[in-house]
Design a protein around this ligand. Structure first.
Ligand SMILES: Nc1ncnc2c1ncn2[C@@H]1O[C@H](COP(=O)(O)OP(=O)(O)OP(=O)(O)O)[C@@H](O)[C@H]1O
Ligand SMILES: [Mg+2]
Length: 758
């Protein structure tokens, strides 16, 4: 039993000092720098801004600045703007029911000013001049001064948590904090595509970590933030429920996209919130309607009648309560399931057949076979009914069947990864060890395995490791998260290269390419694809080289990093290469006169002397010891054949015109595209090692050949990464037509005629 203390020794209950109260309150609202950014960004949006810039130093700890072009703060309001409970957005408690702003408590600026030094420069449209106030603990430190400035508001918070050291110690590293800031802004940019937003580190010379244009769209911003694959797979879901008084506007990726983890971005009444109930509903919808293991991306905006929502639930406002939660969640779940199912069905289309047949019978057949919702089916049927020809079903999704399904035992379909890893995952053996491919030159053969880190909305780095076999080299690809560091290149010669790609595109071939359905690889250079009723033979060597050149032009200065975790020594690679007569000619006429060693040093100097430029524009790093540390990553889930790394370096040293800027960029891009392009295996390179399952399952020679081809990691990544990407974005030019790079082999109609005769 506790000893009874003398009444005098008991601590007295006292009123807390107001500054302590304010600091505790502030600590609830602003827990980390990104909370401050969220509050300030919401204020800018509430102020009707169309452009908002955010600058952070030291992850926002040293400095956070947010500049907007909104309505500004009135001069008379400047003295009280940072006091607690002062707001222009709410007058009476009942106003909460019809709130159309993020802010309503008059708490955020006060909180920030209790844990940081705040200054505000603002100007309204009516004011003749801007004015500046400096604040601490809610109060002006000195009278407001007139200063030059444009309409809008700039709020600066310095030394965040300087007076709350415990909170400071709990913060993550500056990099982590900055990432969170970028993440929160990118999520808001999805919801407010009309507002252009940018985030950069202070002193980063205009280099932005995130930049979205004003007047963008949700889909365009998803493309920017999450990537082209997600954007290409988006299904837009719109729904209004009068009874439950809510409307839904969502963008969800369909079955053709799979990320590294399911990402759900939820806004309720324009607030970025978490909702465990809605998350469960969405996840159930995905499980029901998407292939197993799919990891979709979903942006969901819910508008619930304000009188059914309580927004005043949490100090950081990251939660809201709303009525009819279960009913709304169920309704959303079924809408998403229906939309995903319809999306999947819309990937099956009807084409005309030359076979004479009973139209009605076929329509009935279609109706029986197709699980399409009745409305969609009848729409399809009415389309086909208007056609004078009968219809047949044409396969448009390689997942339905592809040529490999006809050979040997079924092979496990790889689990799709958001950023990288799909094809390379396949290269792991059963133990998860990277499969090794043999080396032909001294030290340059590679197999690849993906090991990805955790994901937020594409902010965390992607880890990919590459093992160089035949030597002790192993490597890791550390690609910065996609979409986050896109900088705008203003180089005229790059514009010219981009324009020339556009100008040379053949519209008809482009349209044809969008319709292609992958059938299978014949070898590393040739593939079969179906276009409507035609079977085409694709010269993938030529087409992929053109495509990678287009990628080089498009992503110039924005490449992710394919970083070798073990340096690849240029000298050794070139020495091995130049010992072969076939490659000595590449080295030029000097090769016979100058000694190989001298020549290699010369080549190395050529590359090293441009190392800054190579790193900056092409993410290619060469260290002072003459090792290649990283290469540009042109396409996730696809790796170039690293057997050719030595050839690539030799060609860079000898074929790139390093003297003039435009020629240098163009030839560098062409050589890199050549390196990435599909090609026959490097002479002397051993075939990929057979997998365990093949040893166990005996099958015919033909089947085992096909099976061997199937195991080629490069061919697998053609199917899983390169072809889908090309199908979505490649712009074939007239040269592709002239060189018959997409030649028709046979048409389905002709084959039917043959079968009929039989
Ligand atoms: N960027 C801005 N542009 C124009 N006015 C602003 C801006 N930031 C703040 N204000 C003004 O300052 C007031 C106080 O902002 P503060 O964020 O502290 O409170 P709030 O937005 O009203 O409510 P909450 O605490 O819920 O965010 C706002 O009501 C608004 O009038
Ligand atoms: Mg606010």
């Amino acid at each position: 039993m506790l000893e009874q203390q003398a009444p005098d020794s008991l601590p007295r209950i006292q009123r807390l000092d107001e500054t302590v109260v304010n600091r505790i309150a502030a600590g609830e609202v602003i827990q980390r720098p990104f909370n401050a950014v969220k509050e300030l960004l919401e204020n800018s949006i509430d102020a009707g801004s169309t452009l908002v810039q955010i600058i952070a130093r030291d992850g926002g700890n040293k400095l956070l600045q947010i500049i907007d072009n909104g309505c500004g703060i009135r001069f008379d309001d400047m003295p009280i703007v940072c006091e607690r409970f002062t707001t222009s957005k709410l007058a009476a408690f009942t106003d909460l029911r019809s709130l159309n702003t993020h802010g309503f408590r008059g708490e955020a600026l006060a909180s920030i000013s209790h844990v940081a030094h705040v200054s505000i420069v603002s100007k309204t449209a009516e004011a003749e001049c801007a004015y500046r106030g400096e604040y601490f603990e809610g109060k002006l430190k000195a009278p407001v001064k007139y200063v030059p400035g444009n309409q809008g508001t700039t709020i600066t918070a310095e030394d965040l948590f300087f007076n709350v050291p415990i909170r400071r110690r709990t913060l993550k590293s500056a990099t982590e904090e900055f990432k969170k800031i970028v993440e929160v802004v990118s999520l808001y940019s999805l919801h407010y595509p009309r507002v252009g937003m940018s985030v950069r580190k202070a002193g980063s010379d205009g280099l932005t970590a995130l930049k979205t244009p004003a007047d963008s769209t949700v889909a365009a911003n998803i493309r920017l933030m999450v990537g082209a694959e997600a954007a290409d797979a988006l299904i837009h879901v719109n729904h209004e429920d009068k009874r439950l008084e809510f409307s839904l506007d969502a963008y969800v990726t369909g079955p053709s996209f799979a990320g590294r983890k399911t990402q759900l971005v939820l806004f309720i009444n324009h607030r970025l919130v978490e909702s465990a109930r809605l998350r469960r509903a969405m996840e159930s919808a995905f499980t029901e309607a998407l292939p197993r293991g799919a990891q979709p991306f979903a942006y969901v905006s819910l508008q619930i009648a304000p009188h059914n929502v309580d927004v005043n639930v949490h100090p950081t406002k990251h939660e809201v309560f709303f009525l009819h939660q279960d009913a709304i969640a169920d309704a959303i779940q079924s809408r998403i399931v229906a939309a995903l199912a319809a999306g999947r069905q819309s990937m099956t289309f009807l084409v005309q057949s030359v076979l004479p047949s009973n139209k009605q019978e076929q329509q009935q057949q279609q109706q029986k076979q197709s699980p399409v919702p009745r409305a969609a089916a009848s729409q399809q049927l009415s389309q086909s009914a208007s056609s004078s020809q009968s219809v047949i079903r044409s396969r448009v999704e390689p997942g339905v069947t592809n040529i490999e399904a006809f050979f040997g035992p079924a092979q496990k379909r790889p689990k799709l990864g958001a950023d990288s890893g799909e094809a390379p995952d396949e290269d792991n053996n059963a133990d998860g060890e990277p499969r090794q491919s043999a080396n032909s030159t001294a030290a340059n053969s590679a197999s690849i395995v993906i090991d990805e880190g955790a994901d937020c909305v594409r902010q965390s780095p992607t880890q990919t490791s590459v093992q160089l076999v035949g030597s002790s080299h192993s490597a890791a690809i550390a690609a910065p998260s996609p979409g986050q560091h896109r900088r705008v290149m203003r180089l005229q010669c790059v514009f010219r290269m981009q324009r020339s790609v556009e100008a040379q595109a053949d519209a008809e071939l482009c349209a044809q390419f969008r319709k292609l359905v992958f059938v299978g690889c014949i070898d590393r250079r040739l593939a079969l694809a179906q276009c409507d009723c035609d079977l085409l033979l694709l010269n993938m060597q030529l087409l992929s080289e053109k495509y990678f050149y287009q990628v080089m032009c498009r992503d110039f200065g924005n490449f992710e990093v394919l970083a070798l975790s073990e340096p690849a020594p240029v000298r050794r690679l070139l020495t091995a290469l130049l010992s072969s007569p076939a490659y000595r000619t590449l080295a030029g006429p000097d090769c016979s006169t100058a000694g190989a060693e001298q020549l290699i040093e010369r080549f190395l100097t050529v590359l090293q002397s441009r190392s800054m430029m190579l790193l900056d524009y092409f993410s290619m790093e060469i260290d002072s010891d003459g090792n290649v540390l990283s290469l540009p990553l042109l396409l996730k889930k696809f790796q170039p054949d690293l057997d050719y790394l030595g050839v690539y370096l030799l060609r860079l040293a000898t074929k790139v015109d390093w003297n003039t800027e435009s020629a240098c960029f163009e030839t560098f891009c062409r050589e890199t595209a050549k390196f990435y392009a599909l090609k026959a295996p490097f002479p002397g390179a051993a075939a990929p090692e057979p997998g365990a399952e093949d040893d166990a399952a005996p099958h015919s020679t033909q089947a085992s050949q096909a099976s061997t081809a199937r195991r080629d990691p490069i061919e697998r990544s053609v199917e899983l990464a390169l072809f889908p990407s090309m199908r979505a974005q490649f712009k074939p030019d007239t040269d592709c037509r002239n060189s018959r790079a997409m030649g028709k082999l046979v048409s389905l109609q002709d084959m039917y005629r043959v079968f009929e005769r039989c």
